[in-house]
Write a protein that binds this ligand. Structure first.
Ligand SMILES: *Cc1c(COP(=O)(O)O)cnc(C)c1O
Length: 490
């Protein structure tokens, strides 16, 4: 097990050169009853020990900076460092979120332009940047659908339709907004089953939540027909924009007939989102729903940029976050979009799709089974290891673990739920052909190992700091003994 920094601790050892002069003694305005009676039980180490400890910990992990990361549906691609740097210019970092409009014109100009850019790439009428995650964007959109029906005094709509391939946040959102979730099955080619959809819709239908391309990695071929079926019964269409990178600059959800959608800026627009980092899920709405968008938004008048609040937007569903969303991520998205331009956005979709289809073809040629063999991939695709599980007793989990030994992050596994022994692979647009070839070569090697030395796969990973973890125990009974001892001792 990795060494704990507490094990390195020696009484009185510290980084003298970095020690702030008499910080505690200077803080005279803290009430005496709130002051510590004993120093905190922190590890006492030298500066180099601290630096080495944290550098070593960072190297124990997989990251986009060090490894290929084909995590389907989660889009862990490389994002330009320049974009992060621009978002951290002192003028942006030091702006107080409550600063008056007159002091915030630079930031508000960026936010306004981002709203305009997102309107043009989605084909929607208006955008609110405030939601702080994809899931919160979904909640916003479905709450807007509910507000729309209620504004028309239509309270009979109690059901939200969700295809069985959907991300778990879709049914969860619908339930949170008070809807009954009705599941719609997928047909053999990965499309929504149209007959089942026709049978399910009616005056009780509030809407449908769709991802397109779906999380099965294929584009919904009958999307126009689906939109007509919903609109004919008075229902609305929600677009889960997590896979927007597949169609960026090519097709727009607004043109497909969707009424509202979110965009995962932390998947498509420059913020990697591993480890539960900060997110941003702006919501874009078409004609029917624009009036219900959450506030504040940024407006532009003759005198400059201004916050649009409930006064300017009387039908808004209200506020969803403090201030106006995740400013740092919105800035990154703005710079990234400006950097790419319209032509660059098209290249995102083209290379994301080309890379996925290249890998799909090479893997199927090598003997792996595509979940939807008749379909071209979008930006991601699914390999099913159902046959391998039966013949060699090797599961998708085993293959994922063996890939770690080869220095590759595992693809998304066991999602979507309807494909057995599923690996959802997304190369992204930012990888070179050599990296894609290396992944394919590793997969071919693993396929050979299934026949010759399956134990090697079963015991993987062998070359990482820890081998297979008991994930349930890790969550329920985490081993934090050393840390606890220190705290109790204090
Ligand atoms: C990531 C994702 C979401 C949820 O987005 P978060 O930002 O993680 O809340 C929803 N749907 C799909 C298809 C996703 O991949």
């Amino acid at each position: 097990m990795p060494e704990l920094i507490f094990d390195l601790s020696r009484k009185g050892r510290c980084a003298h050169a970095q020690l702030p002069p008499n910080t505690l003694q200077n803080a005279t305005d803290i009430p005496a009853e709130l002051l510590r009676v004993q120093p905190a039980a922190l590890p006492e180490v030298s500066e180099l020990q601290a630096v080495r400890h944290f550098t070593r910990l960072s190297q124990l992990n997989f990251s986009i900076d060090t490894h290929f990361y084909p995590l389907g549906s989660c889009t862990m691609k490389y994002n330009p460092r320049g974009v992060h740097k621009a978002a951290q210019l002192p003028g942006f970092l030091q702006r107080h979120p409550l600063a008056p409009e007159s002091h915030s014109q630079g930031y508000m100009a960026c936010a306004y332009e981002l709203q305009e850019i997102l309107k043009s790439v989605t084909g929607m009428r208006a955008v609110s940047l405030t939601p702080m995650a994809g899931a919160q964007g979904e909640f916003t959109g479905v709450a807007m659908i509910r507000a729309y029906h209620h504004a028309r005094h239509d309270r009979a709509r109690t059901e939200m339709l969700v295809p069985d391939a959907a991300h778990g946040t879709n049914p969860a959102t619908a339930a949170q907004c008070g809807y009954t979730v009705r599941e719609i099955p997928t047909d053999a080619d990965g499309n929504v089953n149209i007959d089942a959809l026709r049978a399910a819709v009616g005056p009780q239908t509030a809407g449908i939540m769709l991802t397109n391309p779906s999380t099965l990695g294929v584009f919904e071929q009958k999307i126009k027909e689906i939109a007509a079926i919903l609109h004919d019964v008075g229902g609305l269409l929600y677009y889960d924009g997590a896979n927007l990178n597949a169609i960026l600059g090519k097709v727009r959800p607004g043109d497909m007939g969707f009424d509202v959608m979110h965009i995962n800026l932390h998947k498509t627009f420059a913020t990697p989102h591993g480890g539960g980092g900060p997110g941003s899920g702006p919501v874009a709405a078409g004609e029917r729903l624009a009036a219900f968008l959450p506030t504040p938004m940024v407006g532009k008048s003759a005198t400059g940029y201004e916050w649009l609040t409930a006064k300017a937007c009387p039908q808004t569903i209200g506020r969803l976050s403090t201030f106006m969303g995740n400013a740092g991520i919105l800035l990154r998205a703005h710079f990234y979009a400006r950097l790419l331009g319209a032509a660059g956005m098209q290249r995102v979709a083209e290379f994301a799709t080309l890379n996925a289809n290249y890998m799909l073809k090479r893997l199927t040629a090598a003997g792996f089974n595509a979940a939807f063999p008749k379909r071209r991939a979008s930006h991601e695709f699914i390999i099913t290891l159902k046959k391998e599980a039966k013949e060699y007793h090797i599961s998708a989990l085993d293959v994922a673990k063996r890939l770690l030994d080869a220095g590759m992050h595992a693809p998304t596994m066991y999602f979507p739920l309807l494909v057995p022994e599923c690996l959802l692979i997304e190369p992204t647009e930012t990888e070179t052909r050599e990296v894609l070839d290396a992944f394919v070569a590793t997969m071919i090697l693993i396929l050979k190992e299934m026949q010759t030395q399956p134990d090697k796969i079963k015991q993987a990973p062998q070359y990482l700091p820890v081998s297979r973890l008991d994930e349930v125990a890790a969550a329920r009974e985490p081993e934090v003994v050393a840390g606890q001892e220190v705290i109790e001792h204090a």
